[in-house]
Ligand binder design. Structure first.
Ligand SMILES: [Zn+2]
Length: 458
């Protein structure tokens, strides 16, 4: 097998890894780099491989840094199948349509030097992708190309997320290749722990939090409890920037647990994102995806994700009304890194009041507004206005959907070792360097941290 890393190499976006097995060319994921979908020189505008030469595309999960460029494949001439799990197929449909909408809006505000700029893709390209999806259940091997069997393993990262296991024969040897996709955390309460996979010959592992230890769920719930109690006491607002997919549902679930199991006095929760509402509906359609403990809690609530205290805001009017409401209340809005979307309006109205709280619950990339807030700078710029950051800032990044260094070490150990070749992707270089010695204990050859476009025969 030859593997070439076309994205997420020494960075966390643009997942795309090309496998060549016995003359077949398989692409794992096809994600967006950063979030730039507009500028003419965006890295998202060109492929570093020929999409027409691919035989199959396998998707690990429906975050945009793993699926965001799928519709560009069809524009570039790809005509083959796209494999996903069942839930990922549903989510991907919503995510890519939303992405096409964002592009149309961004392009309206964008003035290119050389005339109008084309969108990366249009709605009909998304429809093509959805028509070419082949949805597979977890744990059931499917022969996707002659002699190449794909088995999806639950990764516990978001609804529908999967590790990709490929079994094939090469040079008279049975081989097992595993790509972790994004690996979830253990004991989150909501999603099952990442599935253990054994007898791996070649491994490609994510490493987002390879250098960090995150707080366990019980501690996070206690911290959330204290923050809610403070808001009740001060009659103030809690603003939570959260991705519409995964993190928003996790936060709603944790608040549900806090109010119903731990008997904390409920305060109103507003989820201000039409996208999150659509995605939450999909979460309600997949009750089998959750842990028995989560099922028990959610079965008490006919709506799942959203008992009486959760309100979803669809329209702009509802969103604007929240700015003038007084606490105690919680607003959950996207984007998760505060770079765009309705969260900016909520922050603008909330950050100067020291009674309010901003709760950071996910990974914040360098140079984003979310990262500056998490670092607790004194002033922030929102929509061309400089504001004092007086609100209390809490960083609860343990709510992340990514395995931390302990979860990764646990999962590596469970493989049983004897891995022949391993590669680290999807992390900042410092995280990769930090987790490499841990992984090395289970790998016979030296663990590789590939450069972009690095290519290896294994
Ligand atoms: Zn992800």
């Amino acid at each position: 097998m030859r593997i070439t890393f076309h994205g997420a190499a020494r960075q966390v976006t643009g997942s795309a890894h090309l496998l060549e097995i016995g003359g077949h060319r398989i692409l794992l994921d096809c994600g967006l780099f950063d979030s730039d979908r507009v500028s003419p020189d965006s890295p998202n505008r060109h492929f570093s491989f020929d999409p027409r030469s691919l035989d199959a595309v396998i998707v690990s999960h429906a975050h945009n840094d793993h699926i965001g460029r799928l519709p560009c494949l069809t524009r570039a001439g790809y005509a083959g199948p796209i494999y996903t799990t069942k839930a990922t197929g549903d989510i991907l449909n919503v995510m890519l349509r939303d992405s096409a909408r964002i592009q149309r809006e961004d392009l309206r505000n964008f003035q290119g030097d050389n005339g109008p700029v084309e969108p990366l893709f249009e709605l009909h390209d998304v429809e093509w992708v959805v028509d070419h999806l082949r949805r597979l259940p977890y744990e059931l091997p499917a022969e996707i190309l002659p002699g190449i069997y794909l088995t999806y393993k639950d990764a516990g990262h978001i609804l529908g997320s999967a590790m990709v296991q490929l079994d094939y024969r090469e040079h008279d040897r049975d081989r097992r290749f595993v790509f972790t996709g994004d690996l979830g955390r253990r004991n989150t309460g909501l999603l099952p722990d990442p599935t253990v996979v054994k007898n791996i010959d070649i491994l490609v592992s994510e490493s987002t939090y390879g250098g960090k230890e995150l707080d366990p769920n019980e501690k996070l719930i206690k911290q959330l409890h204290a923050i809610v109690a403070r808001a009740t006491r001060l009659q103030s607002k809690i603003v939570i920037p959260a991705f519409s997919l995964g993190r928003t549902q996790r936060m709603v679930y944790c608040l549900q647990e806090l109010f119903t199991v731990h008997k904390v006095r409920p305060i109103p929760v507003y989820v201000d994102s039409p996208l999150a509402l659509r995605l939450t509906d999909i979460h309600r359609e997949h009750p089998d995806a959750y842990t028995p403990q989560a099922r028990k809690l959610m079965d008490r609530d006919p709506q799942y994700f959203g008992a009486d205290f959760v309100h979803f805001c669809g329209s702009w009017d509802e969103s604007r009304r929240l700015n003038h409401m007084s606490g105690p209340m919680i607003v959950i809005a996207s984007s998760g890194m505060c770079e765009a979307g309705r969260i900016k309006h909520h922050l603008k109205h909330a950050v100067e009041d020291p009674d309010n709280a901003i709760v950071i619950v996910s990974y914040q990339a360098e140079k984003t507004l979310g990262r500056r807030i998490a670092e607790g700078v004194e002033e922030i710029e929102i929509m061309d206005q400089w504001l004092d950051l007086n609100a209390a800032v809490y960083v609860l990044d343990g709510f992340s959907g990514h395995a931390d260094r302990n979860d990764l070490a646990w999962w590596y150990e469970q493989t049983g070792g004897n891995i022949e070749h391993a590669f680290l992707v999807h992390g900042e270089p410092a995280s990769m360097d930090a987790i490499r010695p841990t992984l090395q204990k289970f790998v016979t050859n030296e663990v590789v941290i590939p450069e972009p476009l690095g290519s290896f025969e294994v």
